[in-house]
Ligand binder design. Structure first.
Ligand code: HEC
Ligand code: HEC
Ligand code: HEC
Ligand code: HEC
Length: 234
């Protein structure tokens, strides 16, 4: 009887010791979960990444869409409509009311694109449907060549295709452009209005920036402009 009691109390003590040690190491493990977050330096921020997913719901439609060979845009016509690469394109078609700023009138065609019979072309999808005062930045064409009278030197656009932006054949090319106002990749790179040289073969991969990095890495901070005033003293 005494022998059995001794064995039982030995196992009870062993069990208590196990629980104590296990609990101690469990608590220790929890503590390590709290890593102090170090404030990133103010000049190295990640530009918004949510824009990549703005048109993701249309990705599979773009995958299935056949290429309409008759009405494809090229990068040449694309750049011809811009004062320099990245400049707001001019409006190449007539606009009815001279006084409207845009908004819903323009978004009817430019929100999701589609073929427009009277212009015999696909409407390009706007990367920024939220900027509703379209004509604040987009002007109608009055003459064919905007900068005819002066010797305006148009910056050369970055080249694309066959090894221009990738390290190895078959590796993902880097984005030769900035990300500002270009977060919404599918608006320019997918669908029938995308220039054929940059129309993506894989719109369904969704998270473009997982594989494609920008070549421009600087993220300079410009600070807040404060007007200097003579009678202002700290
Ligand atoms: C009836 C449909 C329709 C409406 C409404 C419309 N557009 Fe367009 N837009 C088009 C089509 C189609 C094209 C392509 C024309 C081409 O490639 O020849 C185009 C081209 C453009 C382009 C040139 C894009 C580029 O990548 O070069 C701009 C800028 C533009 N439209 C702005 C506007 C603005 C601003 C409004 C509102 C005032 C507007 N559009 C209203 C159908 C429309
Ligand atoms: C604050 C100025 C601004 C406003 C407002 C604005 N845009 Fe733009 N838009 C731009 C600039 C700049 C570009 C060229 C973007 C680039 O190449 O990175 C552009 C490009 C475009 C393009 C061509 C996209 C492509 O393939 O390059 C279309 C189409 C367009 N805008 C339509 C519109 C419509 C429609 C509206 C109104 C709902 C509008 N924009 C409002 C500045 C503006
Ligand atoms: C306003 C339209 C626009 C948007 C939005 C845009 N791009 Fe581009 N992209 C272009 C144009 C135009 C080119 C051709 C080179 C140039 O002019 O910058 C290009 C070139 C590229 C190339 C090089 C292709 C090659 O064959 O070398 C890649 C990769 C690319 N873009 C990826 C992206 C990704 C990823 C996004 C989203 C984060 C994006 N782009 C958003 C217009 C756009
Ligand atoms: C899993 C990695 C991956 C993802 C995600 C991805 N790409 Fe690509 N991309 C590649 C590779 C690899 C190539 C080179 C293809 C080749 O050479 O055959 C490429 C090529 C391209 C090109 C050059 C033209 C072409 O299609 O070959 C463009 C433009 C482009 N990608 C844009 C995009 C856009 C826009 C997205 C988001 C919808 C995206 N990519 C998502 C890996 C990726």
């Amino acid at each position: 009887m005494r022998k059995r009691l001794g064995i039982i109390s030995f196992f009870v003590m062993l069990f208590i010791a196990f629980i104590t040690i296990w609990n101690f190491s469990y608590q220790k493990g929890l503590e390590e979960g709290y890593i102090t977050i170090i404030e990133p330096p103010s000049n190295s921020y990640i530009p918004s990444e949510s824009g990549v997913f703005k048109r993701s719901e249309h990705a599979f439609d773009y995958t299935k869409m056949p290429v309409d060979e008759q009405h494809q845009r090229t990068l040449e016509t694309y750049y011809n409509n811009r004062a320099y690469p990245g400049a707001p394109p001019s409006i190449p078609h007539p606009v009815k009311k001279e006084l409207t700023m845009g908004g819903n009138v323009c978004l009817q065609c430019h929100q999701n694109g589609g073929f427009v019979e009277k212009f015999n072309a696909y409407a390009p999808v706007t990367p920024h449907p939220e900027m509703v005062n379209c004509r604040q930045c987009h002007v109608t064409q009055n003459v064919q060549s905007i900068f005819k009278e002066i010797a305006f030197y148009k910056a050369k656009p970055p080249s694309v295709g066959s090894g221009a932006n990738n390290a190895l054949p078959g590796s993902p090319p880097m984005m030769p452009h900035q990300l500002q106002m270009r977060e919404n990749c599918l608006s320019c790179h997918a669908g029938p209005a995308a220039p054929k040289e940059i129309r993506v073969t894989h719109p369904e991969r969704i998270n473009c920036r997982q594989c494609h990095l920008p070549t421009i890495t600087e993220t300079a901070e410009f600070g807040v402009f404060v007007r200097q005033s003579e009678d202002h003293e700290e």
